[in-house]
Design a protein around this ligand. Structure first.
Ligand SMILES: Cc1ncc(COP(=O)(O)O)c(C=O)c1O
Length: 342
């Protein structure tokens, strides 16, 4: 359902607002100083998070970016390269953090939908560490944001992980939306994460928590990440108040299937009304990429119509208009969006 001011917001799954139950949990949360590991609510959240992805330990961080960057910092040395796909969030949308903080560069492969193959790894490793920099870490992103929420099948992850391990690489999974991927693939998140050393996921994307992400992995690596989190200014104090809604978000993760169904309904409506505007095969989770040129109307006109109807969207980027579903939009909002279009 749209926000109480009537706005239906399709810009991102990060725009959700905490539910009444989350706000109550925030008010009632038991807290302590988390830098002393004294916050019981954070401790519970970390245990539940590690368990959700089958890892030994977890550290609560303010953002997915910090989770990813701690993974890079703990698993590389300055001068190394990190192997990832061209569209990876860690490379493109974290404001150069990996270069600035860890002194690494990226070796990218043009893997559509984040689907890095064993052959990509072999090709990248052919020169690595000889004339080229060493590649120390491979990063997956599942689901894959910039490609429109596409998922990487478990079998491909396993085959590629095997190749990466043969070359001695560490593996990080940027699972900002790992539960979307798991539900879409019909595979437990633990299985998608099994081949990775570390996994980052977010409570604030689609799940409805106001803030927070977590980095999960082996206890010794997470202890090092906790140390580096403090260095980055991410040591937090009585943050049981934000861990409490995150615990609810995690417990309710199965609801993401509703967002997938809504995205499919939106995508099918576009495909029927504006042929060629959406490739239905690529709509796998809660993101719909629309080829705006196929709508046959200049985008500024679309923007005006949607604004008048109380529908918020991002402007297209590179001709692609990205619409995202989440717990604060429903079929009535999708119908409103469609009704506002010419
Ligand atoms: C795949 C992916 N990884 C990491 C992040 C970073 O999360 P945050 O915005 O909390 O830093 C995002 C954010 O959208 C994302 O989509």
């Amino acid at each position: 359902m749209a926000f109480s001011d009537g706005i239906a917001d399709f810009r991102s799954d990060t725009v959700t607002r905490p539910t009444a139950a989350m706000r109550k949990a925030m008010a009632e949360a038991e807290v302590g100083d988390d830098v002393y590991s004294d916050d019981p609510t954070v401790n519970l959240l970390e245990e539940e998070s590690a368990e959700a992805v089958g890892k030994e330990a977890a550290v609560f961080v303010p953002s997915g970016t910090m989770g990813n960057q701690l993974a890079v910092m703990t698993q590389t040395r300055p001068g190394d390269e990190v192997l990832c796909d061209e569209g990876a969030h860690v490379r493109n949308v974290e404001r150069g953090a990996a270069s600035a903080l860890s002194g690494v560069a990226f070796r990218t492969v043009p893997a559509e939908g984040g689907r890095i193959t064993p052959g990509d790894v072999e090709a990248a490793m052919a020169l690595a560490g000889r004339f080229f920099p060493a590649i120390r870490l491979m990063v997956w992103e599942n689901s894959h944001n910039l490609s429109g929420g596409r998922v990487v099948p478990k079998e491909l992850m396993e085959a590629t992980n095997e190749a990466a391990r043969r070359h001695g690489l560490s593996i990080h999974l940027d699972g900002a939306r790992i539960f979307n991927a798991a539900l879409a693939l019909g595979v437990p998140a633990t299985e998608l994460a099994a081949g990775a050393d570390t996994v980052q996921f977010c409570f604030s994307k689609g799940l409805g928590a106001p803030i927070g992400s977590v980095l999960c992995g082996p206890a010794d690596l997470i202890a090092e990440a906790r140390h580096l989190r403090k260095r980055l200014g991410g040591g937090m104090r009585q943050v049981g108040v934000i861990a409490a809604p995150a615990r609810i978000a995690l417990a309710e993760r199965a609801r993401l299937v509703e967002d997938h169904a809504l995205a499919r309904s939106l995508a099918e409506a576009f495909a029927a009304r504006y042929p060629g505007s959406v490739d239905l095969d690529t709509v796998e989770t809660n993101i719909v990429n629309v080829d705006v040129a196929k709508l046959g109307v200049p985008y500024p006109e679309i923007a005006d119509r949607l604004a008048a109807a109380g529908v918020l969207v991002n402007a297209p980027f590179g001709g692609i208009w990205r619409l995202v579903t989440h717990r604060d939009v429903d079929q009535a909002d999708v119908d409103r969006l469609l009704a506002a279009l010419p």
